[in-house]
Design a protein around this ligand. Structure first.
Ligand SMILES: *[C@@H]1O[C@H](CO)[C@@H](O)[C@H](O)[C@H]1NC(C)=O
Ligand SMILES: *[C@@H]1O[C@H](CO)[C@@H](O)[C@H](O)[C@H]1NC(C)=O
Ligand SMILES: *[C@@H]1O[C@H](CO)[C@@H](O)[C@H](O)[C@H]1NC(C)=O
Ligand SMILES: *[C@@H]1O[C@H](CO)[C@@H](O)[C@H](O)[C@H]1NC(C)=O
Length: 656
């Protein structure tokens, strides 16, 4: 049987004098419970958590003097290294025989450590590894006293929905923490029909040149709505570069996830300056007297102990670390843990450290005790479900100046709301009217990302679409039937769809090209859509989508005739041209003349005085309109008659 190697003799028994004011001497035996802490002490979260945890221990036992157990924190600095974190954990388990481990800080470090915890049956309690890829379902001994990142996804998608963004580009760090959230985001965006055409993954080793070229790529792709999910160190670099790239200006919108918005304070004024107009969300911490008094005590203590630190404000992770210590301290007492150690396996076959770790005797008991702990902590109601902190409400922030302004809240039941505490039942809402108006990048209240709708400028048929310029502010005014159809459709949509009409004109406000050129701009992504009397043609359909036609094809004009023309008595002359009337008249006379030439020697009717002869001749021509001339047998005449008949019938018809 292998004898356990121990550096420290456990347990420590401590004698303590308490209750001095009642002049009573109470002698108590107290069990010191070793708890491992693995942090990156060079990071904001680590630095803050360490200070909060040591205060948590002293605060807790100042209130609970009669407890039989005392936590003893053994802190190891793991930097941000996965191997260092693992070896710190091993060291704590092996040499300090810790009962539980708080940490490790990063999701990537936690990935392997929770496997170790499961093997050694030591609860791994993390207040900062928020990646949803880590979960209690993978390892029973993993307890997360922080909110899972995926709990904020619905809040983010509600904001996206509220502002009617149809497209968003996530920019995230290429780590366990960054990648873990992406599938959840994609699902949530799909649910609200928002496209994610591209995801920008930024590895931690990227230098500024590389990040800049990624930003330029996004700019060239004409993307304007971004969701940033990264840790503070990378995030602060990104925003400084985005500002240099001109992407923190009007027309852009930036959203940041809780990981970044919880750590805004230590980023420094230069970074905050570059982040003006950014929207962020972070878990809501209900204010309480306890919290206020802790804040001021912490500030006093922290500024004395770490004068060079960049941290001025207590942040979320500090509070979660504080509550974690309290929860473990309560759980240890409740589980009634007395001195215990790790049961070593027979190590005859295995000499590798990890395999020879053994199992903590108290692990299972401590775990169930931690999971059932519930109390009012500094960060609100401390309550675990499924091994994780139950998500609370989220605050929606807008960064203006050096401050973060809360513009609203999001809760799972009510969606977006302006006030967190309202009485009565309120329906789930994703309306932007529930939020205060944010200031967007570029110091504007104009909401970015409106659909750019191209409108043709043309002469004629202005009933369909008409572009004018407002003489006061030189802004285009679009009117017409197709515009009205478009506006009505947008208003009938179940979600808001901001848009602006942009006339397709050159600098001189003249049409910048044909309808084909206009549609080409949609292909080039200069416009998102076009509205106008655009004909649906097969070759156009290859690069744009058309709506169903809503007007008949072809053009019909309904025109009022002018009044004076209607009253003119000569209107019956109008249908035939002057030339035709003349031809008809000449043919009339010619017919008479021909008949006269042929007839006047033989036919008595055609003789007499010249006036009589002229009258007879004209009468004859005229009579052809009404009588059949069956006794004429001349070929010439039979040829002429059908022509005359046509003309006279035509003119009769017109007279009607
Ligand atoms: C701590 O961080 C600073 C600056 O971020 C760096 O220069 C230093 O090397 C870090 N120290 C350790 C031990 O990682
Ligand atoms: C950044 O990295 C790229 C590729 O590794 C390299 O070519 C470039 O010189 C680096 N830029 C700086 C400023 O270090
Ligand atoms: C270890 O081995 C010894 C003898 O080889 C055996 O008696 C004992 O039960 C084993 N212990 C465990 C925990 O397997
Ligand atoms: C479509 O057809 C028109 C007329 O035939 C032509 O001018 C235009 O270039 C064509 N467009 C494409 C994209 O082929």
């Amino acid at each position: 049987m292998a004898i356990p190697k121990q550096k420290f003799t456990l347990p420590f028994f401590t004698l303590l004098l308490v209750n001095l004011w009642s002049n009573q001497m109470v002698i108590m035996a107290m069990e010191s419970i070793p708890i491992g802490v693995v942090l990156d002490l060079n990071s904001t979260v680590g630095e803050m958590a360490e200070s909060c945890m040591s205060m948590a221990v002293s605060d807790f036992y100042a209130l609970n003097v009669d407890f039989k157990t005392r936590l003893a924190l053994f802190t190891r600095d793991s930097s941000s290294d996965v191997v260092a974190a693992t070896s710190s954990v091993l060291d704590l388990m092996k040499n300090d025989q810790v009962h539980a481990i708080i940490g490790p800080q990063k999701s990537s470090q936690a990935k392997f450590v929770i496997e170790l915890g499961g093997k050694a049956e030591v609860p791994i309690v993390s207040f900062s590894a928020t990646s949803p890829t880590l979960s209690a379902t993978q390892s029973k001994y993993f307890v997360r006293t922080a909110q899972d990142d995926s709990s904020q996804v619905k809040a983010i998608s509600s904001i996206v929905q509220a502002y009617g963004w149809r497209e968003i580009v996530p920019i995230y760090e290429d780590t366990e923490y960054g990648n873990g959230l992406v599938p959840f985001l994609l699902d949530a965006f799909q649910e609200i029909d928002t496209r994610v055409p591209y995801g920008s993954r930024i590895p931690l080793y990227f230098n500024d040149t590389q990040i800049m070229s990624e930003l330029h790529k996004l700019k060239e792709m004409k993307k304007s709505i971004f969701l940033v999910h990264m840790s503070a160190s990378l995030g602060s670099r990104l925003f400084l570069l985005a500002k240099d790239a001109g992407m923190m200006s009007e027309g852009y919108a930036w959203l940041v996830t809780a990981g970044l918005s919880a750590l805004l304070d230590p980023l420094g004024s230069e970074v905050m300056d570059s982040m003006q107009g950014v929207l962020g969300i972070k878990p809501h911490i209900p204010s309480s007297k306890k919290l206020e008094s802790f804040k001021s005590r912490w500030r006093k203590k922290f500024t004395i102990s770490k004068p060079q630190s960049k941290i001025n404000e207590l942040n979320l992770f500090g509070l979660w670390a504080y509550d974690t210590v309290w929860a473990i301290a309560m759980a240890v007492e409740k589980a009634g843990i007395v001195h215990s150690r790790y049961v070593k396996p027979n190590t005859s076959e295995s000499t590798v450290d990890i395999a020879a770790l053994g199992k903590s005797e108290t692990g299972p008991r401590l775990l169930s005790s931690i999971l059932s702990t519930r109390f009012q902590g500094l960060g609100g109601d401390f309550h675990l479900a499924g091994g994780e902190r139950v998500p609370s409400a989220f605050e929606i922030l807008n960064l203006i100046g050096k401050a973060e302004r809360v513009i609203g809240y999001w809760t799972p039941e009510r969606g977006l709301s302006r006030n967190l505490y309202t009485n009565g039942k309120i329906a789930y809402s994703t309306s932007k009217n529930k939020l205060k108006e944010p200031i967007w990048p570029g110091d504007t209240t104009q909401q970015p990302k409106r659909l750019r709708i191209g409108v043709p400028l043309k002469t004629g048929f202005n009933e369909f679409i008409k572009v004018e310029w407002n003489p006061e502010d030189d802004k285009p005014i679009v009117s017409g039937f197709t515009r009205d159809v478009f506006v009505s459709v947008v208003e009938a949509l179940p979600f808001p769809l901001p848009y602006e009409f942009i006339p397709f004109v050159n600098k001189n406000k003249q049409s910048a090209g044909t309808y084909n050129d206009l549609l080409e701009q949609i292909k080039l992504k200069n416009f998102d859509a076009a509205v106008g009397d655009i004909t649906i043609i097969a070759n156009r359909s290859t690069y744009v989508d058309f709506t169903l036609p809503f007007s008949e094809s072809g053009i019909t004009m309904v025109v009022l005739t002018k009044r004076d023309e209607r009253e003119n008595m000569w209107i019956f002359l109008k249908p035939l041209s002057l030339e035709l009337w003349l031809t008809t008249g000449i043919a009339f006379i010619l017919t008479g003349l021909v008949v006269w030439v042929l007839e006047h020697r033989e036919n008595k009717v055609f003789r007499g005085k010249p006036a009589q002869q002229l009258g007879t001749t004209l009468w004859f021509s005229f009579s052809t309109l009404f009588f059949a001339h069956s006794n004429f047998s001349f070929d010439l005449i039979t040829l002429i008659f059908p022509f005359l008949d046509f003309l006279t019938t035509a003119s009769k018809f017109m007279l009607l």
